[in-house]
Design a protein around this ligand. Sequence first.
Ligand code: TYD
Ligand code: MG
Length: 456
Amino acid sequence: MARPRTVFRCAECGTTVPKWAGRCPGCEEWNTLIEEFDVAPSATTAVLGPRDEPTPISEVDVAEWQARPTRIDELDRVLGGGLVPGSVTLIGGEPGIGKSTLLLQAMAAIATEGVTVLYISAEESKQQVRLRAERLGTLQPTLWLASETSLPHILDHIDRIGPTVVIVDSIQSVHHPDISSAPGSVAQVRDCAARLVATAKSRDLAIVLVGHVTKEGGLAGPRVLEHVVDTVLAFEGDRHHALRLLRAAKHRFGATDQLGLFEMTGDGLVGVPDPSRLFLADRRRGVSGSVVVPTMEGHRPLLVELQALVTRSSLASPRRSSQGVDNGRLSLLLAVLAERAGFSFAERDVYALAVGGVKVAEPAADLGLTMALASALAGQPLPADLVVCGEVGLGGELRQVAHCERRLAEAARLGFTRALVPRLSPEPPEGITAIRVGSLTEAVSAIGITVPSSRG
Ligand code: TYD
Ligand code: MG
């Protein structure tokens, strides 16, 4: 038998090259090439699955594509109804974020209806999973557990138990003995996933794969995994906060712009139907540097408090530190504030953050952030009943943002009565008065903030 050849495969795009290089020739990422043994293609290519006969489009049966609700509302919202039989969903997230907890809760909820579900725990023992289920207060007799890492055994368990839904936690810990590469390698992860996809399709089974995510936010292992599955969900959040966000990055059965929100509690993950109220719960009024911005997360308006703090700096190049706000955007807005509105942050350290561990990446939060910065520098608080939304241009001009009515309706619902918005923004909903401004200078003077004259 010929010895397996050594190749180098890119962990990002799956390109193989015979010799190691610092940069992948396929996707041009640095340091992504990993040594592997090349195996004969027949062993690595996916099982082809049964042959399909062509059908006139009007006669294609869609009844079996009915999504099965998981009964976890925030998860069903992101999935557009639930898990679709014959589909494979990949849920990615950093270790410890709560992927296993979420899926165990979802499986237990499905099992309460007497449906057989199989949870393959490739990382934890059955005892550990049972203890977690006890903690979550849900031990369901039709929820089956197996602590298994070998793919042939997993396929065998599926054969014997005949579940409706299968969880594989995690795909990186599963391996197939026919593939000579090490468990967790690109070839193993991709091929095991492809075989599970073939199983899901041929048995009309909904499979959910858990995938760990690297620091940079990519799935550890090949990005090709994302092409193999039907749905890719990202489970995110700041580990120091209880809030968890679930988004669809890819979804063959529905929209990808829904957001699911959870709070990690002592009793597992709890859906957060009214996130704005949660974010604003601890807000202190009358403090300078604080502003409330209505952001959009998919279709969902979300009120978030942005905070800024400005202090004297003893550093040659003052600190610009941000959390939940893009650092480049912060620097840009500081420059615009200085050049176009006369608020200079030279010799000042500047800190900016989005409260509650959320990330605010929208340009629609620009005006809010600049108002928080100006307010912090001047030491003058913004009115407590004010929300701010608008995009800031390099000339200090303001531009209107999409979904203005929806954002302001959410603000009205939570008791805000005034909105600082770009001049051409649409009429605000009832209960909110628009303060229309065309530039940063107009904006600061409209809310009564003045450029600090004596500085020290
Ligand atoms: P886990 O689901 O194991 O994360 P992942 O599978 O993404 O690695 O969740 C890990 C964290 O969640 C752990 O630090 C403990 C915490 N946790 C709670 O706070 N409450 C709970 O009810 C459970 C089950 C876990
Ligand atoms: Mg886990």
